[in-house]
Design a protein around this ligand. Structure first.
Ligand SMILES: C[S@@+](CC[C@H](N)C(=O)[O-])C[C@H]1O[C@@H](n2cnc3c(N)ncnc32)[C@H](O)[C@@H]1O
Length: 254
């Protein structure tokens, strides 16, 4: 296992006051905090938004989830699951960092409703692979997808949009997608500051605004239909909740 490279999940753990981090993560986090002292606000708000989104998905009847870039603590979704002991809920954690995978596996050990998949979001065809997450989840029922604080690390709009379209094409109608993303809002100077601070820390990001993010998630349909009017404005970022609409019924088209 690589103990010499910092990992964004452990950097966020450190800035949020956690203890699951290494010296290399703390050094990178301190570089980031020097340039961007308010960064912890984004981490806190992003996780809070992800949990709101899980509640919105549950309210919409979704009981199976894919948490992509789950990190170490998976934004507390495991703990939420534990509070539904009788439920049929299932969670697939998708994560590339081997140490995060190991930590998640130790947390979900023996809970057969949860599994960790060492899958790269951008690997071709992962979402159609029957040996992947669909070993745990039912492909013919809606899924709740979480992408908390991961999309901004992909610098290419095309790569990100293509991955989101592949997921859309595979999942059942009624599926929902929640994304949190670093953003300078409409202020290009704020966006540049966010990007420069992350580049200096060794983790380049794209700080996209809401319009840019909404364009990338197409063909997903963004809220306002969402229940509970989720607050989408995060400190230093945005939250977006979207849904795959049901196809028009044949009687409507005839
Ligand atoms: C900033 S952390 C966010 C962790 C968690 N979602 C949270 O909000 O606290 C981003 C996570 O995404 C993972 N990650 C980055 N690129 C990935 C990819 N292409 N596929 C799957 N996971 C990825 C990283 O290893 C890291 O654990």
């Amino acid at each position: 296992m690589d103990l010499e490279s910092a990992c964004t999940a452990r950097i966020d753990d450190y800035v949020a006051g956690g203890t699951s981090n290494l010296a290399v993560d703390r050094a990178a986090a301190e570089r980031l905090l020097t340039a961007l002292p308010e960064y912890p606000g984004f981490v806190v708000d992003s996780r809070r938004y992800a949990l709101w989104a899980v509640d919105a998905m549950l309210s919409a009847g979704i009981d199976q989830f894919i948490d992509i870039g789950a990190g170490i603590d998976a934004v507390g979704v495991v703990d939420k699951l534990a509070s539904w002991p009788e439920s049929a809920a299932r969670i697939a954690y998708v994560e590339t960092d081997p140490m995060c995978v190991a930590q998640l596996e130790s947390r979900v050990h023996k809970d057969e409703r949860v599994a960790v998949f060492p899958i790269d979001l951008f690997a071709p065809s992962w979402v159609t692979d029957p040996e992947g997450v669909w070993r745990l989840l039912a492909a013919d029922r809606p899924v709740g997808l979480l992408m908390a604080s991961i999309a901004h690390y992909e610098l290419s709009d095309d790569v990100l949009a293509s991955a989101l379209t592949d997921i859309y094409d595979k999942v059942a109608a009624g599926s929902m997608l929640a994304i949190t993303h670093l953003s300078g809002g409409q202020d290009p100077i704020a966006a540049t500051r966010l990007e420069q601070a992350h580049t200096q820390a060794g983790f380049p990001v794209r700080a996209r605004n809401r319009k840019e993010l909404a364009a990338l998630v197409r063909p997903w349909t963004p809220a306002p239909w969402a229940p509970n009017a989720l607050p989408g404005a995060l400190r230093l970022g945005i939250g977006l909740l979207a849904r795959k609409a049901a196809p028009p019924s044949s009687s409507a088209s005839s």
